[in-house]
Design a protein around this ligand. Structure first.
Ligand SMILES: Nc1ncnc2c1ncn2[C@@H]1O[C@H](COP(=O)(O)OP(=O)(O)OP(=O)(O)O)[C@@H](O)[C@H]1O
Length: 239
């Protein structure tokens, strides 16, 4: 593994009964910038993310992390982050910050939730809950941030805001690895794109390189990168 690689996965395999979710996936995640896993529903993106993070076991293959003396190696935003509904925003983040001796106010400020510290979790919009999830993932300042569909179910303005935060977190000099169906935001934000199809990697490259291959924007031409025709995934509204 070279110094500029945050993690390397080699020949990952994972099946659930007779469903092959990962069929020999090898990827490098660079230390800087946003790496986006895109692909049709059921192609294996979440399974790949979960295996990379050790949340799911693989049947075969290896995952190697780069050197880091960080208190916490990876921060993780699940697809549906859940918190105690009666706690306030600040109480919630103070809990996670205390686990790794971080400053809750720094975390709230970083995602723009410092304006609503006393709001109860039950009163947060879907977008604010996602931002709280990102703040939680940032506790301990991990060098790798893994975000599973960070904009799913959000309106275009909130999706845009979330991807703006993601962009600035990567600009701080950490690796951001995300899955998303919000292809126009991926195209704008990602430095590296990995196209996952049927448990394998169908294509990879910068958005510009993929655009050159398909001749158009990702949200319109994404299916040209797949071997099987599929319903195009949408540009902004994740499912
Ligand atoms: N716990 C599980 N048990 C059985 N099958 C599973 C399980 N998790 C995933 N699968 C199957 O593995 C395949 C890949 O699923 P995965 O959730 O990784 O896809 P995805 O690309 O993240 O999909 P989406 O875009 O819809 O979130 C699918 O066929 C799915 O049904």
């Amino acid at each position: 593994m070279t110094d500029d690689v945050a993690l390397t996965a080699t020949d990952l395999r994972r099946s659930y009964g007779d469903v092959t979710a990962l069929d020999g996936v090898s990827i490098d995640v660079p230390t800087d910038g946003v790496t986006a896993l895109i692909g049709p529903n059921g192609s294996g993106k979440t399974t790949l993310l979960d295996v990379l993070l050790g949340i799911e076991r693989s049947d075969a293959g290896t995952v190697d992390y780069g050197e880091s003396d960080a208190r916490r190696q990876v921060g993780y935003l699940p697809q549906r982050p859940t918190f105690r509904p009666d706690d306030t925003v600040r109480e919630t983040i103070a809990f996670y910050a205390a686990l790794v001796e971080d400053d809750p106010d720094r975390l709230l400020e970083r995602v723009g939730l410092d304006t609503v510290p006393d709001r109860r979790v039950s009163a947060l919009s879907g977008g604010m809950t996602r931002l709280l999830g990102i703040a939680q993932a940032l506790a301990g300042d991990p060098p790798i941030l893994a975000l599973d569909e960070p904009a799913s179910g959000l309106d275009p303005a909130m999706s845009d805001r979330i991807f703006g935060v993601i962009d600035s977190l990567a600009a701080d000099g950490r690796a951001v690895l995300l899955t998303s169906h919000a292809l126009s935001l991926v195209e704008r934000t990602a430095d590296h794109v990995v196209v996952v199809e049927a448990g394998g990697v169908a294509a990879r490259g910068s958005p510009a390189a993929l655009r050159e291959r398909t001749g158009g924007p990702l949200h319109e031409t994404f299916t040209d990168l797949l071997s099987e025709p599929t319903t195009a995934v949408d540009g902004g509204d994740e499912s």
